[in-house]
Design a protein around this ligand. Structure first.
Ligand code: ZN
Length: 409
C-alpha cells in the first residue's frame, strides 16, 4: 500500500518531471501527470526498463542543472551500452544515510572496523560501503577486490570486525582462512553480503567457517547502489527504507501487481533522488513482500531475500527454473555443498540438464547423485544428470558468479 506521504512526494516528482525536456518528457508523452492523484492512477504509469536507460547514454537521465551534479556511477557494460546515473550532493548524502541505517540494522557501532572488498570506481559498490561506515564513525579498511594474501594479512593485522563482500568472494576468503589455519587470528564478527543471490547452504558454510553472523544487503546501481534494503538480526527478509524508495511487486508477464505476499518482480520508484529519479523501474529481481511486523522492532517494511532474476529464469522442456530453486533443492540433500553449475545442452533433439555440485571427498557420491536426481524431479519438476565433483573444483569468483549456462542456442 502506498502511504499518503509517499503519494504526496510522488505527485511533486511527477510535476517536476513534466516540466523537463528530454527523457521524461518523451517517456510520459500524452499522459497528464497532474491527473495522477491516487495509487491506482500511479499504477497506470508505464514502467521504466533498463533498455530505455541505455538509450539515454550518456547523460540523458540527468534531471537537474549541470552545476548540481557532483558524481556519476555506471552499471557494468558487459551486456551492452552502460547506464550512467548522475548524482547530486543530496543523492550522495542520502545514500550514505541509508547505508548507515543498514549498518545500524546489523548492530554495527563506531568501534567496528569495516573491511570493504567490493570494487571501487564506476561501480557503486565500494564507495557506498565506505561512505556509510564513515558516517557511522566506524573505521574503514578500503581494500577493494582481489589480492587474497593481502586481504587476509590486513584482516589479521588490523583486526577487521566486519567483512563486506559478495557471497562468492566471502566463500573464497573463508576457504583460504581455513586452508591457512589462521582462523583464530581473524576477529570478524559480522559479514555483510551483497549483490548476488546465494543459497542457505552457502550462507551456513561462510558463517561457520568465518565464525560470523551474516547479513544481506540489497541495491542496484540505477537506484543509488547497495544500501536500500538490509536484513536484520532476525534473519527474515530485508527491511527497506520507504522514505527513499517505493516498492511494488508485479507479475513479470502481465505487469499487474501480484496479490500481497506472492512472488514477483520488484519495481522501484525513487522518492528523494534528484540527479536521476526513476519511476516504476523494473529491477528484474524476484521477491515478495513479507507481511506483519518484524520481531526486531524496526518499523520498516520488508521484502524476502532475492530468489533470482527474471532474466536468469530458464525454460527447459516447458518448466521454469530459477537459480534460487537449485539452491533450495541442494540445501535439502545431505552431503551436497552449495557450489553448483547447471549446464543446459541440446543433444539429439532433446534438452539435457547437467547439474555439477560439490561434495566432500569421503562421501557416497553415487548415492548423493541419486538423491539429487529425485529431488530435482520432485521439487523443480525436471530430470537432471547429476555430477558430483570435489570441494573446490568448481570456479570461485570475486565478482558475481554465473551458475546456469544455457548452451542450447
Ligand atoms: Zn527486522
Amino acid at each position: 500500500m502506498m502511504k499518503e506521504s509517499q503519494l504526496e512526494i510522488i505527485k511533486k516528482i511527477l510535476l517536476r518531471l513534466s516540466l523537463l525536456d528530454g527523457f521524461y518528457k518523451q517517456k510520459f508523452e500524452g499522459i497528464d501527470l497532474k491527473s495522477i492523484q491516487s495509487q491506482e492512477d500511479f499504477q497506470k504509469l508505464p514502467f521504466t526498463d533498463k533498455s530505455e536507460l541505455r538509450k539515454a547514454y550518456p547523460l540523458g537521465l540527468q534531471a537537474v542543472a549541470d552545476s548540481e551534479i557532483v558524481r556519476i556511477h555506471s552499471s557494468s557494460g558487459t551486456t551492452g551500452t552502460p547506464v550512467i546515473i548522475p548524482y547530486t550532493q543530496k543523492d550522495i548524502a542520502d545514500w550514505a544515510k541509508m547505508f548507515k541505517l543498514c549498518y545500524e540494522t546489523a548492530g554495527l557501532t563506531n568501534l567496528d572496523r569495516v573491511h570493504i572488498t567490493p570494487g571501487y570506481g564506476l561501480w557503486t559498490a565500494g564507495i557506498g560501503f565506505q561512505a556509510g561506515a564513515e558516517l557511522l564513525g566506524a573505521m574503514v579498511i578500503p581494500m577493494g577486490p582481489g589480492n587474497t594474501d593481502k586481504q587476509i594479512q590486513m584482516m589479521m593485522d588490523l583486526k577487521s570486525t566486519v567483512l563486506c563482500a559478495t557471497s562468492s568472494y566471502a566463500l573464497l576468503l573463508a576457504e583460504e582462512i581455513y586452508k591457512r589455519k589462521v582462523k583464530e587470528r581473524i576477529h570478524l564478527t559480522k559479514g555483510i553480503i551483497g549483490s548476488e543471490r546465494w543459497g542457505e547452504k552457502m550462507r551456513r558454510r561462510i558463517a561457520n567457517e568465518l565464525g560470523v553472523q551474516l547479513f544481506d544487503i540489497y541495491g542496484l546501481t540505477e537506484i543509488y547502489g547497495p544500501g536500500i534494503a538490509m536484513s536484520c538480526p532476525e534473519e527474515c527478509g530485508m527491511h527497506y527504507w520507504d522514505e527513499y524508495v517505493y516498492f511494488e511487486i508485479i507479475d513479470q508477464n502481465t505487469g499487474e501487481l501480484v496479490p500481497e505476499g506472492e512472488m514477483g518482480e520488484l519495481v522501484i520508484t525513487t522518492l528523494q533522488k534528484e540527479g536521476a529519479p526513476l519511476i516504476r523501474y523494473r529491477t528484474h529481481d524476484l521477491t515478495r513482500f513479507l507481511p506483519g511486523d518484524c520481531a526486531c522492532g524496526l518499523n520498516y517494511p520488508r521484502i524476502d531475500t532475492i530468489l533470482g532474476r527474471t532474466d536468469d529464469m530458464i525454460k527447459v522442456r516447458g518448466v521454469n527454473i530459477y537459480p534460487g530453486q537449485v539452491d533450495e533443492m541442494l540445501r535439502e540433500v545431505e552431503g551436497a555443498s552449495c557450489e553448483y553449475q547447471v549446464m543446459i545442452d541440446h543433444l539429439n533433439g532433446k534438452d539435457i540438464v547437467t547439474l555439477f555440485f560439490e561434495t566432500e571427498n569421503n562421501v557416497d557420491k553415487k548415492g548423493i547423485e541419486q538423491n539429487i536426481r529425485q529431488h530435482c524431479k520432485s521439487r523443480i519438476g525436471i530430470t537432471v544428470v547429476p555430477k558430483a565433483v570435489s570441494i573446490g573444483e568448481l570456479p570461485r569468483s570475486e565478482k558475481k558468479a554465473t551458475r546456469i549456462f544455457d548452451n542450447r542456442y
